[in-house]
Design a protein around this ligand. Sequence first.
Ligand code: CAO
Length: 274
Amino acid sequence: KEDILNSLNAEAKSKTQSIPIAKEVITTTTTTTTTTTSAAAKETRVPITGIRKIMVRSMNAACSVPHFGFTEEYIMDSLSDLRNKVKPLAAEKGIKLSYLPFIIKAASLSLLRYPVLNSSISQDQTEIIYKNYHNIGIAMDSPQGLLVPNIKNVESKSIFEIAKELNRLQELSGKGLLTPNDMSGGTFTLSNIGTIGGLHSSPVLLLPEVCIGAIGKIQSLPRFNKHHAVITQSIMNISWSGDHRVIDGATMARFSNALKDYLENPSTMIMDTR
Ligand code: CAO
């Protein structure tokens, strides 16, 4: 991500028109950019610049890594009840409390048990670098395109603190004012595509990270209870992609089970939060 920011900065220096997405101007379209329409007007060619240009480079690089996918469904009724109870408390502090801060905290607690998902591989591919800090990246749909700022040190933050930081990043991304510090140093990523729609996804890694999860839309669906009676439950899927050079399927499944326990029994998060 530092590469992305450096190259956005370098690009901005040679441009005449720009959009501020940090304290210093770091991107994007220019007066030298030309959109061409063919004589027959059947095609329009638009130069790939700014964030999209970086996306081409980083996504191409990620596709050289052997990914594997894993999906699980998580029952959200208990978490939904808890959120409804504490939402007014958050509102009193001026904090908007969506589901994401709970999911981010639950992921961090699960990463403490399966730290390889918060690692990276050294450039020469001879070492796994375990990171004791959980800088959790959140994919954001912004007017500039897809941005992934991260919440630093989630392992030592409360759910309210995570929500507050998420609110700050969301506001800055909407205004194109995220800083290089907000955008760099991520160790693990979540993408809540469910706010827009969709149930399953196949997310692409944000190198050098080794794991990313795409959260689907929460839906009310019929399921069987333990007495084999049909009940309505609030269900959310998360589609995971992992770097298969360091994460095996069994570890991913165990991590997902830990996360499922936290999300489905959210009071246990309090017990494990430091
Ligand atoms: N299913 C159903 N409802 C959801 C949901 C989900 N998965 N996630 C959030 N919601 C609800 C929230 O709880 C909130 O409702 P309330 O008003 O009742 O609280 C509402 O939808 C709006 O949420 P939000 O978008 O403001 O907040 P968030 O913290 O959940 O998400 C953000 C923030 C920035 C991640 C999101 O706005 C966004 O940009 N998502 C798109 C990410 C994306 O583009 N991913 C693709 C990357 S790969 O190309």
